[in-house]
Ligand binder design. Sequence first.
Ligand code: SF4
Ligand code: SF4
Length: 128
Amino acid sequence: MAVMITNECINCGDCAPECPVAAILGESDEKNPYVGERFYVKVESCVECVGHADTPRCAQACPTEGSIVWDMPYTVDFEEYYMSGNESGKYKIREHKKKGLMLPSIKAQPFIQEIGMNLRESNANVAI
Ligand code: SF4
Ligand code: SF4
């Protein structure tokens, strides 16, 4: 992924229009595994704003501390992590008609190399 929206989200909607790759779903979107609860970042789409901005735009726009946190890179190293997260309902990875589940082995995404694994594993706040 990349980044993840937590249950601190207040559904203000400020993040979604800022995303350069339309990776953020609103709380009423049926594709959102947290429909009716909070916004959601599509892990298979988020590029951590690499090539678009120096830091994640969504987190810059978010008024609520702790709403947008780091998650693991969307790469084959974390294939199992995302697969099991998809099975548990934590994520809702897109099912492509021909390619199947869009796991990192089908399409990995860029990530910010400078962000330490400790920050990702602890789901540290993105905004600093
Ligand atoms: S980090 Fe960037 S690409 Fe990822 S959801 Fe936020 S705005 Fe979109
Ligand atoms: S900007 Fe933050 S609080 Fe507002 S919808 Fe997005 S994640 Fe939730």
